[in-house]
Design a protein around this ligand. Sequence first.
Ligand SMILES: Nc1ncnc2c1ncn2[C@@H]1O[C@H](COP(=O)(O)OP(=O)(O)OP(=O)(O)O)[C@@H](O)[C@H]1O
Length: 300
Amino acid sequence: MTQPPPACLSAVTKRLVGKTVLCDFSLTLGAGEVTALLGPNGAGKTTGIGLLTGRLRPDAGQARLFGLDPARAAARARMGVMLQAAGLPDAMTVAELVTLQSGYYRRPRPVAETLALAGLSDLAHRRCAALSGGQARRVQYALAICGRPDLLILDEPTAAMDRASARALWSTVRDAADDGAAILLTSHDLAEADALADRVVVMNAGQIVADDTPAALRTRTGGSVIRCRSALPPAIAATLPAVREAVRDGADLRLVTADAVATARGLCDRDPALAALRIHDATLEDAIAILLTPEKGLAA
Ligand SMILES: Nc1ncnc2c1ncn2[C@@H]1O[C@H](COP(=O)(O)OP(=O)(O)OP(=O)(O)O)[C@@H](O)[C@H]1O
């Protein structure tokens, strides 16, 4: 018999205070897959997570965890969740808290293993009140993974973490997926999504605008990014050959182009004072910036 997917939203609509936040939204997560749910502030990512975790109920459509209603304890017991804002009890130590949470699961990891995976071994006896912001995030991560979840939902897990801590977390997330867990993460760090995700789902205004591998999304930009110092207005630069997008980015003029040589030639012709010309392959961030620019959205 085929197993139901770890998590599934089928044609859900969710209204909050009279506003439709998600409309006919469908998303299925696969076992062993890291899915990054990306999009600008207010796109509906946290609302989607709220429906999956059972914090919110859909107004139409259906949410399922392992084929069950997310409100069912049997479904929730197989899920680990790290939300954006979650307080920790000030008076407890890190080890006490992880021990307590582990007790809720049927086959938890040994506490020492959870602490090591979350980079907390040296902080085991520190009271939660005395943790830094990044350390508190690591404790929230430990609480999410202590039960060996088959589904791990991470809402901006590395926000407030330093680079080394973030990279250590990426590695354990990748290991969990390789062991068969389904992972859903949101992030505004697109380099993180690119490094970690098998699949990128881009949302805007409550709808999915792209669902593909990071490499395929990068390829769909069809090109390169040019940065330079130029007084040329972006509106004029946008008319140069092969330019898909032109914006001012700090002191730079930044162009996304399907043909870097043709665009660079055009730039030199239009601006004799052009300086500091740099060209690189388009990144996931560039691809998503184009996707979210309405008149230039990529073909799906
Ligand atoms: N409790 C609420 N009541 C009314 N509107 C809400 C509520 N929660 C969220 N919204 C609105 O729903 C929309 C989607 O919000 P959501 O938090 O899901 O976005 P998000 O993609 O997670 O954003 P961010 O990247 O900022 O976390 C926003 O317009 C937000 O203002």
